[in-house]
Design a protein around this ligand. Sequence first.
Ligand SMILES: [Zn+2]
Length: 317
Amino acid sequence: MPQNKIQFQHGMSLSELINQYGTEEKCEASLQKARWPTGFVCPACGQREHSRFLADGHWYWQCSHCRTQTTVRSGTLFHASRLPLTQWFQAIYLVTQNKNNLSTLSLKRHLGVAYSTAWRVKHKLLEAMRQREARRLLNGVVFADDAVLGGEHAGKPGRGSENKAPFMAAVELDDNGFPQHVRFDPIADYKGTTFAAWAKRALHPDSHLVTDGCTSFNAAGAQVAAHGAIIVGNKKSSDLEPFRWVNTFISNAKTAITGTYHHFDFDKYRHRYLAEAQYRVNRRFDLASLVGRLVHACANTTPCPERWLRLAETEAS
Ligand SMILES: [Zn+2]
């Protein structure tokens, strides 16, 4: 069973984390390599010639051409943070190696920091994950179904309800019918125009979309090469074999998110919580490399001020 191999893989142990990222120097070296893999590049003018000096315990790179001074953190997700990199890396470890999403309270306890600090760290990491995943286009045969956070599927005529947070789940299958990549996207409603906009954002134009018979999916299907609708009648699509994988991932994502967050939270920040679940699923084959890969993503993500992080999805987009 391929799923068992995934569940029982080694991942990264706590002692491996300490061994690789246990000191500020090791973390800084790792961040430096992720940010400038071929050596320093001035963020202001793009030149490589530079000098280095130590001030207030931090290394500064000074461009020989424009004299701009840079630390390895400035301009990245870690910009302006006073938290040691070792704690940032511990947070990256916890957020990637956990099966479920990670609550702010749990992160606060693990790191031994204030709740507000834990909130900022977590949402910045989630934002790096979201930006990474936003560009992903599913291709080939893609099964999609809508779902809600905070409640069961409401049934075909009255999909969703006012106090539920709807989202679209889609799974790309390989030639053997095994799942490869997934997307979980918040949706505002169940209109055809909404589904069409989702398809443009989430699917490669050459993909073949398979859905249930909900008419709004026709608008999504019109955006891609082919669309097949399986009429489910009185049954729920989750009872049908072709929808097995998409419903397994929906169920896992709901468990990962609703078991961790309160409703008011996932209603406002579901774009990030869904991305957190999606990021982990799409990298599930190699758990051990996840820490290094998220460090790389953070090194290449621009700073995210807290004011902006606190905007709901519709305000931020
Ligand atoms: Zn320069």
